[in-house]
Design a protein around this ligand. Structure first.
Ligand SMILES: *[C@@H]1O[C@H](CO)[C@@H](O)[C@H](O)[C@H]1NC(C)=O
Ligand SMILES: *[C@@H]1O[C@H](CO)[C@@H](O)[C@H](O)[C@H]1NC(C)=O
Ligand SMILES: *[C@@H]1O[C@H](CO)[C@@H](O)[C@H](O)[C@H]1NC(C)=O
Length: 227
């Protein structure tokens, strides 16, 4: 009960105690000092404990909020091929040349209550482990629980870029091209205006293009997020 009262009026008690104990003569103070010091100590300890408790609670709230930042989810909505053209036997140094446009229609979903700012996205198109073209998507912001589109068009001009043109000739003869796209985008969620949480999202898609009609026969994607 007395501890409770100390808690409620620590400042008033301290202010009332201090002048009287200072003005009193040494004899009386020697008998009163220990209890008043103990009381001051209790008040001080109480305030310190309360302050520490408040700081701990605030830190826990911040940590929980920041750790609750969920990973953005990247989705490949569709991949399409346009303007697929190829020539064979044009010359001995480049016996085959192939041009096409890869349109990768992807999006990033922000599952958080805080908005996510995304930087420029990069999409590389690979054919047999070699980069055949690169496309960039614009930066932007995905609001809370919103989806951010990252549609990218990549022009592929494959001639000298080919490691072994015979592979391409073989694939064209078989009527199927196996391609891979790798899309990367970095983003940042801002919590409490000052705490920033970074996330890098990467998605690779492997797909097979039917050369005759430019349709996608088979597609599989996997993604990786680094918070
Ligand atoms: C591919 O594009 C390049 C440059 O635009 C052009 O020189 C080449 O003839 C094209 N090849 C085909 C097969 O259309
Ligand atoms: C495109 O061609 C492939 C193989 O030639 C075939 O399997 C596929 O059904 C065709 N798709 C369309 C939409 O015509
Ligand atoms: C995507 O492909 C790139 C290049 O081949 C590779 O370095 C990366 O680890 C792959 N990422 C995923 C998520 O598979």
């Amino acid at each position: 009960m007395s501890a409770d009262r100390d808690h409620i009026t620590p400042l008033a008690t301290a202010a009332a105690d201090r002048p009287t104990s200072d003005e009193e003569d040494p004899n009386t103070t020697s008998t009163r000092r220990p209890s008043s010091r103990r009381r001051r100590c209790l008040i001080c300890c109480g305030s310190c404990t309360a302050l520490v408790a408040v700081i701990v609670i605030v830190l826990v709230i911040i940590v929980l909020t920041v750790y609750k930042v969920k990973e953005p989810v990247i989705t490949m909505n569709s991949i399409s091929i346009k303007n697929l053209k190829f020539k064979t036997g044009s010359s001995l140094t480049s016996p085959v040349s192939l041009n096409m446009t890869v349109v990768a229609d992807a999006s990033v979903k922000n599952p958080n209550a805080a908005s996510f700012r995304f930087g420029k996205s990069t999409t590389d198109v690979y054919y047999r482990e070699r980069v055949m073209g690169v496309g960039y998507g614009p930066p932007g912001t995905a609001g809370a629980h919103k989806t951010f589109p990252i549609k990218v068009t990549v022009d592929v001009i494959a001639n000298q870029l080919l490691a072994d043109p015979l592979d391409l000739i073989g694939d064209l003869a078989a009527g199927k091209l196996d391609l891979t796209t790798s899309t990367k985008v970095g983003g940042r969620a801002t919590v409490f205006l000052i705490i920033k949480r970074h996330a890098d999202v990467m998605m690779n898609c492997s797909f097979t293009v039917a050369v005759s009609n430019m349709s996608i026969l088979d597609q599989s994607c996997n993604q990786r997020v680094r918070l």
